[in-house]
Ligand binder design. Structure first.
Ligand code: SF4
Length: 347
C-alpha cells in the first residue's frame, strides 16, 4: 500500500460506510415463521480527518461509534462503502499492504488487557511489536522500548512488570506506547479513559494532547462523554443509532449545538462547565432496538422537538452554518449547488 504525503489529501476518508449484522432465527423461530433480521450498526457514514487533527465521535452506548472505529482500522470489514488512508482505499489489501496499514493506523481500547498479554512483561509486549515490524537487534528493541516508555511518562524502572501489576493509568500508558511502537499517523482511541478515575483521566488526556503536538498524530477519539473531548477535539461528530446526526467544529458543537440529540448529550454532561447549572435532563427513554429502527427520523421517539413530519420522513443533511452539518427537519435543506457551464447558470 503506497501512501501519499500530499497535505491536500485527508489522512482518513470514509465514504458511505455501512455495516450490517444479519441474524438468522433459530430452528424453532424459523418454524414459527420468524424472518431473518438485520442490524444496521453503521449507516452511511462519510467523514474526513486531516493530519494532526483530533476528530471526536460521540454518542451513547449502541450508537455505532465503536463499530465505526473497528471498520477504520480494518478489525471488521464494512458491508459497503470505502475507507481511504492517505488517499488510498484500504479495501482488498494484500498481506504486505495490510501490514503497512497497521503501521499507519493503530487502535487503543478502553481495556488495555485486550491488547497486552497478561503473562508477558510490558517491555516484552512492546519488544514483540518492534520485532514483528522488523527491528532485529534485541539491544535496539530494548533501547526503543525504553524511549517509548519515557515518551508516554511510564517509569522505565517498571519495564519488567506484568500488566496485572499496574494501575489502570499505567496500563493505558503502556498500551499507548505499544501503539506508538510502529510509528502511526492516526490513532483510533475507543473510550481510552472511561475506565479510569477522573484525576487519572486528566493525566492521560494531557498525554494524548502532548503526543499529538510532538508527533503530529491525528486521532479519531471515540467517547460517550462530551466533557472528555472538550479540550482535545478539533471537530466532533455526534452519532445516534449508527448515523452521524451532527458534525462541526468543537466550538460549534459544544457552545452552540443544533441537533436536539446533541443538546440532550450536552445537558447530560454538566461537567463541561462547572459554573453551569445542570439542565433538566432532556434525553428520556432508551436507545431504540436497532433491528427495528423507528420510522422517519430515528430519534423521534425521544426527541422533545419532534413534529409530525419527523415520524414520516427521513431528514436529509443540511448545513445551517459553515463547517457544520445537521440531519434534522428543524433546519431547511441546503440549496442545491450552483453549477456554471460556459456562461450559463444552472441550479
Ligand atoms: Fe427531532 Fe424531528 Fe429533528 Fe428528528 S428530525 S431530531 S425528531 S426535530
Amino acid at each position: 500500500m503506497t501512501t501519499t504525503t500530499d497535505s491536500a489529501v485527508p489522512l482518513l476518508r470514509t465514504s458511505g460506510l455501512n455495516k450490517w449484522y444479519g441474524h438468522e432465527p433459530s430452528t424453532v423461530g424459523r418454524m414459527a415463521g420468524r424472518p431473518s433480521t438485520r442490524l444496521h450498526a453503521v449507516a452511511d457514514v462519510s467523514l474526513t480527518v486531516s493530519r494532526g487533527e483530533t476528530y471526536a465521535v460521540v454518542g451513547e452506548t449502541g450508537s455505532g461509534k465503536s463499530t465505526l472505529g473497528r471498520l477504520i482500522v480494518r478489525l471488521e470489514d464494512p458491508t459497503s462503502g470505502d475507507v481511504q488512508i492517505d488517499g488510498r482505499s484500504v479495501m482488498g489489501l494484500d498481506r504486505e499492504e495490510s501490514q503497512q496499514l497497521r503501521r499507519t493506523v493503530q487502535i487503543i481500547l478502553q481495556d488495555p488487557y485486550s491488547t497486552l498479554n497478561p503473562y508477558r512483561t510490558v517491555a516484552a509486549s512492546i519488544g514483540e511489536v518492534l520485532k514483528v515490524h522488523g527491528m532485529r537487534s534485541r539491544a535496539e528493541r530494548d533501547a526503543e522500548t525504553d524511549r517509548l516508555f519515557e515518551l508516554v511518562g511510564y517509569p522505565v524502572s517498571m519495564r519488567d512488570r506484568l500488566p496485572g501489576q499496574l494501575s489502570g493509568g499505567g496500563r493505558q500508558r503502556v498500551s499507548i506506547a505499544r501503539a506508538l511502537a510502529v510509528g502511526p499517523k492516526l490513532i483510533v482511541a475507543d473510550e481510552p479513559v472511561s475506565a479510569l478515575d477522573v484525576s487519572v483521566q486528566a493525566q492521560v488526556l494531557n498525554l494524548f494532547e502532548k503526543l499529538r503536538d510532538e508527533l503530529g498524530l491525528a486521532y479519531v477519539f471515540i467517547t460517550h462523554d462530551l466533557a472528555v473531548v472538550k479540550r482535545l477535539a478539533d471537530r466532533i461528530a455526534v452519532m445516534y443509532l449508527g448515523r452521524i446526526v451532527e458534525e462541526g467544529t468543537a466550538a460549534q458543537i459544544i457552545n452552540d449545538p443544533q441537533h436536539p440529540y446533541t443538546r440532550a448529550l450536552l445537558d447530560a454532561a454538566p461537567s463541561l462547565d462547572a459554573r453551569r447549572e445542570p439542565a433538566a435532563p432532556s434525553l428520556t427513554g432508551d436507545m431504540p432496538n436497532p433491528i427495528e429502527p423507528p420510522s422517519g427520523c430515528v430519534f423521534h421517539p425521544r426527541c422533545p422537538a419532534a413534529m409530525d413530519v419527523c415520524r414520516r420522513e427521513v431528514p436529509v443533511v443540511t448545513t445551517p452554518d459553515a463547517g457544520r452539518s445537521v440531519v434534522c427537519h428543524l433546519y431547511p435543506p441546503s440549496p442545491p449547488e450552483i453549477v456554471t457551464v460556459e456562461g450559463d447558470v444552472t441550479a
